[in-house]
Design a protein around this ligand. Structure first.
Ligand code: SIN
Length: 551
C-alpha cells in the first residue's frame, strides 16, 4: 500500500509537531510515529525551555553559557542563531496556548539549571514537556492538511541510490524519496512517498541499561539515517543526567536539575557535600562535571548512590513547584520535605546525531532532521540544560522554507516513484526464537553501561566493539530470516546506535565534555579535535525478499 504526501514527518515530539504545523500550509503532511501521538521524550521534559526573557539576561550571555558548556565544539553561528531566534519561537508556542508559570506580577517565573549564569528556564511546574506536547497536539489536530499515523514505525528510508546503482549513498546526487513503514497493528509494511522527509524521532537513551528516557528512545532516526548514507557526527557525546531516582522500581525517574536550581544540595551518605571540590558552580556545575563527580564519589566510597537534599527548603514551596517529582518520590517512599532522596546518574541525552546545517538539511537531498536526532553543532561536547526544546523549535521552523522550496521542483520523484518496489518479505517467517531479541537487547544495554558509560578506557571500548560486531551479525541474520516486528526493528536500531557510539568514542583520542577516556585524559586544541564523522556509503538492498535472494 502506498501513501503519498508532500511532506513526511517521522516523530511526534516538539521538533516533529512544530515542523508539521509550520509546513502544513505548503502541502499535505503525514506524521509517522511509532507509539501514541503524545509518546515522546518531549512529554517527559521537566526542567523547561531556556530562553532569554529577563531584564538582566541577554542573548550574548546565553550564547556564552552554551559555548562554555560545549567545551570548544559548539558551532558558534548555530549557537547564536538558536539563542537569538529562540525567544520568538517560544512566544509562538505561548500564542498557541502553552501556559508557563508566572511570577506574582506579570512576568514569567524563570528557573536556573547547571551551567546557566542566569535564571532563564521557562517551565510549567515540572510538567513542562507535557504542557508543550498538549499545546502542539491540540493545534496539529485542528489542521486539515495533516494526517497522523500512530503505531507506525519506519523500517528504512528509501533513497535514489537504492534505485540507481550509479549513485553512491549519501553522495551529492543522492535524494530521499520515502520510507518503508511497519503498521504495527496489521503487521504490514507500507510505502510512504514524499517530496521531503523530516526526521524528528528523538534520542537513544535505551541503548544504556539505566536511562531517564521513555521506552521509545531506541535510536531509530540515527540508525535509519546511517543505513541510508547520512553523515553522523559526535555520537560519543552521550549526556548522563546526574540525578535520577535510585530505586529498583523507579525506572531511573528524573529529578530535574531545577531542583538544584531552587537550592537542592548533593550529599554523600555521611552528609558531606562534595561538588565544591569539582567546580566553582558547585551543585549547579554543568552536567558532565556533576555526573563525573558523582561517579567518582560512588566508585571511591563503594556506595550505590549519593543523595539530594531539599529538606532545608520550604515544604509547601517544593510541593507546589515540583508536584510531579514530589508525588513520584513519595510513591517510592521518599518525602522530599523530610528526607534526602537517593540519586544516581542515568543516560539522558544524545548530543551527537544526524549532521545537519542551520536549516536542518542533511547531506542527503530532501532529508531533514531536527531535535535530539540531529547534530546541528548547538551542543558541542556537552549540552547546556534546557537548550534542546529550543533547538527543536528553531531548527524545525528554519527547515520549512527549504522543504517548501523542494516541493514540486521537478523532482526525480515523479519519474522514479513507479520504480520503488513494494515491501516484500520474501521467505521470512514468524519467529519462534524471540528469546534472541530479549537476550541481545539486554546484552547491548548492559555492555554499553559497563564499557561505554561515564568513564571510558581503550580496553573497555575495544571489548564493547568486539561484542557489538558479533551482536550486529547475529541481529542481521535474525532480521532477514523472520517477519519484522517493532521489537526486531528496535533491537536492530539500538545495536546500530551502540556501534556508532562506540566507534565515535574510539575515534576521539582525547577527553572532552561528556567523553572521558582515562587513556586520553587531556583535552586537545578544539581546532584539531573537531567532530567525529561516520558514514556508510555501501550500496544496499532493502526489502527482505531481495536480500534473502542475494544471501
Ligand atoms: C532537567 O529537568 O533536569 C532536564 C532538563 C534537560 O535535560 O534539559
Amino acid at each position: 500500500m502506498d501513501i503519498s504526501k508532500d511532506f513526511i514527518v517521522i516523530g511526534s515530539g516538539v521538533a516533529g509537531l512544530t515542523y508539521a504545523l509550520k509546513v502544513a500550509p505548503y502541502g499535505s503532511v503525514a506524521i509517522v510515529t511509532k507509539a501514541a501521538l503524545d509518546e515522546s521524550a518531549t512529554k517527559y521534559a521537566q526542567g523547561g525551555i531556556a530562553s532569554v526573557m529577563a531584564e538582566d539576561d541577554s542573548c550574548d550571555l546565553h550564547v556564552a553559557d552554551t559555548l562554555e558548556t560545549g567545551q570548544g565544539l559548539c558551532k558558534e553561528d548555530v549557537v547564536r542563531i538558536i539563542c537569538r531566534e529562540g525567544p520568538a519561537r517560544v512566544e509562538e508556542l505561548i500564542q498557541m496556548g502553552a501556559r508557563f508559570d508566572r511570577e506574582q506580577g506579570s512576568g514569567y517565573h524563570l528557573s536556573r539549571e547547571g551551567g546557566h549564569s542566569k535564571h532563564r528556564i521557562l517551565h510549567a511546574t515540572d510538567f513542562t514537556g507535557l504542557e508543550i506536547e498538549r499545546t502542539l497536539i491540540d493545534t496539529v489536530k485542528a489542521q486539515k492538511n495533516i494526517e497522523i499515523f500512530t503505531h507506525h514505525m519506519v523500517v528504512d528510508l528509501i533513497t535514489l541510490a537504492q534505485l540507481d546503482a550509479s549513485i553512491v549513498p549519501g553522495s551529492s546526487r543522492d535524494e530521499a524519496l520515502g520510507a518503508y513503514v511497519l503498521d504495527e497493528k496489521s503487521g504490514t509494511v507500507k510505502t510512504f512517498i514524499g517530496q521531503s522527509i523530516m526526521l524528528a524521532s528523538g534520542g537513544a537513551g535505551k541503548v544504556y541499561l539505566y536511562t531517564s528516557n521513555p521506552d521509545t528512545a531506541t535510536g531509530d532516526g540515527v540508525s535509519i539515517a546511517y543505513r541510508a548514507g547520512a553523515n553522523i557526527s559526535n555520537m560519543e557525546f552521550f549526556q548522563f543526567h546526574p540525578t535520577c531516582l535510585y530505586h529498583p522500581d523507579a525506572k531511573s525517574f528524573l529529578i530535574s536539575e531545577t531542583v538544584r536550581g531552587e537550592g537542592g544540595i548533593l550529599r554523600l551518605k555521611s552528609g558531606d557535600t562534595f561538588m565544591e571540590k569539582y567546580h566553582k558552580m558547585g551543585c549547579l556545575a554543568p552536567r558532565d562535571v556533576v555526573a563525573q563527580a558523582i561517579d567518582h564519589e560512588m566508585k571511591t566510597s563503594g556506595d550505590d548512590c549519593v543523595y539530594l537534599d531539599v529538606t532545608h527548603l520550604e515544604g509547601v514551596r517544593i510541593r507546589e513547584r515540583f508536584p510531579n517529582i514530589f508525588k513520584t518520590c513519595k510513591k517510592f517512599g521518599f518525602d522530599l520535605a523530610e528526607q534526602w532522596v537517593p540519586v544516581v546518574p542515568a543516560a539522558h541525552y544524545m548530543c551527537g546525531g544526524v549532521a545537519v546545517d542551520l536549516d536542518g538539511q542533511t547531506n542527503i537531498k530532501r532529508l531533514f532532521a531536527s531535535g535530539e536526532v540531529c547534530h546541528s553543532g548547538l551542543h558541542g561536547a556537552n549540552r547546556l540544560a534546557s537548550n534542546s526544546l529550543l533547538e527543536g523549535l528553531v531548527l524545525s521552523h528554519r527547515a520549512v522554507p527549504k522543504a517548501a522550496a523542494l516541493k514540486d521542483d521537478g523532482s526525480v520523484l515523479s519519474q522514479r516513484a513507479g520504480q520503488i518496489p513494494p515491501w516484500d518479505s520474501g521467505g521470512a517467517v514468524t519467529s519462534d526464537e524471540s528469546v534472541v531479541v530479549s537476550h541481545n537487547w539486554d546484552e547491548i544495554r548492559r555492555l554499553m553501561w559497563n564499557y561505554v558509560g561515564i568513564v571510558r578506557t581503550n580496553k573497555r571500548l575495544q571489548r564493547a566493539q568486539r561484542r557489538i560486531v558479533l551482536l550486529l551479525d547475529e541481529i542481521r541474520e535474525y532480521y532477514w530470516k523472520f517477519l519484522i516486528t517493532k521489537d526486531t526493528l528496535e533491537l536492530r536500531n539500538i545495536a546500530v546506535t551502540a556501534d556508532l557510539i562506540i566507534r565515535g568514542a574510539m575515534n576521539r583520542k582525547e577527553s572532552r565534555g561528556l567523553h572521558y577516556n582515562l587513556d586520553f585524559p587531556d583535552t586537545t586544541d578544539p581546532k584539531e579535535a573537531g567532530d567525529t564523522l561516520l558514514q556508510d556509503s555501501t550500496p544496499r538492498l532493502f526489502t527482505q525478499k531481495e536480500t534473502t535472494n542475494h544471501e
